[in-house]
Design a binder for this molecule. Structure first.
Ligand code: NCD
Ligand code: ZN
Length: 345
């Protein structure tokens, strides 16, 4: 049987939530990943150093016995952020600030209304060698939802990089050929995360034969040519600029299967196996380890994990749902279907 042993991966974009949901989802990531960059869009968001340190303690408190998983904490950037906050965050071991344009996605109401008013904060993020994580979509009502990422590049990303050229930016969960090109053409201070869903699915999987609410995430799935551009980016000559970030974003089943279903796919339970499928599809399994376990660590200035994991080419059936306490359920990506690879225990 075909096996693949790689350095233990890291998930550079993860939503763990809090309370019952945190307790339910954390073991899946802790089993596969050495570390994860923890998104700060809780309700209310993680905006202060004290918030982030308290959240980190709540995560560590519910880690499975003996786990060495390390959460890498981030702060949610708001209009009120100051250069002093950046210095405090750096001193406390927080690795990054996350930009949510106001209204762009789940729990983004406290997001930034005008990033250009925060240039002193961005200069300080660069000076402190922190990372600037970007949800790259504009929210202007004149922009079609499928064009929000491409418009963000022109309206925000390029002007910001021109103003703060040494800023280390992670263009999060990229979904378009335009975003891949921006990263490819920028300096090595610009990188991107890519999710399993954007490597494996296109917008037909969201809309053909009925609406598939469990395939609804933001940025929304795009057409096939964009998926192909992402596959090319993660396996091409400049693949070192792209790394694993699942954007695993759990929402209870009732909130997804709803007249106004919320955005986010839960992929943590079979994350590395889904990526293995995507890389295998394009004959690039030899590029999986760099994407999953090396490029992200390097971009964040972290050592690579010392453990390894082994993937076996053996199909596994994904459960229809997982319980999340108080009677709730989570429907995972590929629910009820098969994933071609299995991570060994
Ligand atoms: C994320 C969530 O649910 O927190 N949802 C999503 O569709 N990706 C937020 C985000 O990363 O945009
Ligand atoms: Zn996210």
């Amino acid at each position: 049987m075909q096996t693949l042993t790689i350095t233990q991966p890291d998930d550079m974009h993860l939503h763990l939530r809090d309370g019952d949901a945190l307790r339910a989802v954390l073991p899946f990531t802790a089993r596969q990943m050495g570390r994860a960059v923890i998104m700060p869009n809780l309700k209310p968001p993680v905006v202060s150093v004290a918030d982030a340190l308290a959240y980190k303690q709540r995560i560590i408190a519910v880690l499975p016995e003996g786990s060495t998983f390390e959460p890498l904490m981030t702060l949610y950037l708001t209009d009120k952020a100051t250069p002093e906050l950046v210095r405090e965050a750096k001193a406390a071991g927080i690795v990054a600030f996350k930009l949510y344009p106001a209204g762009a996605t789940t729990n983004s109401d406290s997001g930034v209304t005008d990033l250009f008013k925060l240039l002193p904060v961005l200069h300080e993020i660069a000076a402190q060698d922190m990372r600037f994580l970007v949800h790259g979509e504009v929210t202007d009502s004149d922009i079609d939802i499928f064009d929000r990422e491409a418009a963000f590049i022109e309206r925000v990303m390029k002007p910001v990089l021109a103003q703060v050229p040494n800023l280390k930016v992670v263009f999060e969960h990229i979904t378009t050929a335009e975003a891949a090109r921006l990263v490819l053409e920028a300096g090595d201070n610009v990188a991107a995360t890519v999710t399993p869903q954007h490597l494996l699915l296109n917008r037909n999987d969201l809309l053909v034969g009925g609406v598939h609410p469990h395939h609804y995430c933001l940025p929304v799935l795009k057409r096939e040519s964009h998926r192909q551009a992402l596959l090319e980016a993660v396996s091409g000559a400049q693949a070192h600029k792209f790394f694993l970030g699942t954007d695993s974003a759990p929402h209870p089943q009732h909130a997804k299967e709803n007249a106004c279903g919320c955005a986010g796919m839960f992929s943590a339970a079979t994350a590395i196996e889904l990526y293995a499928e995507a890389f295998e599809q394009i004959g690039a399994l030899d590029k999986l380890e760099a994407f999953a376990s090396k490029n992200g660590a390097r971009f964040y200035g972290l050592p690579e994990n010392t453990d390894t994991i082994t993937l076996v080419k053996q199909a596994q059936t994904v459960p229809n749902s997982f319980p999340i306490g108080s009677g709730g359920n989570l429907v995972p990506m590929r629910a009820g279907g098969c994933v071609a690879w299995t991570m060994q225990a």
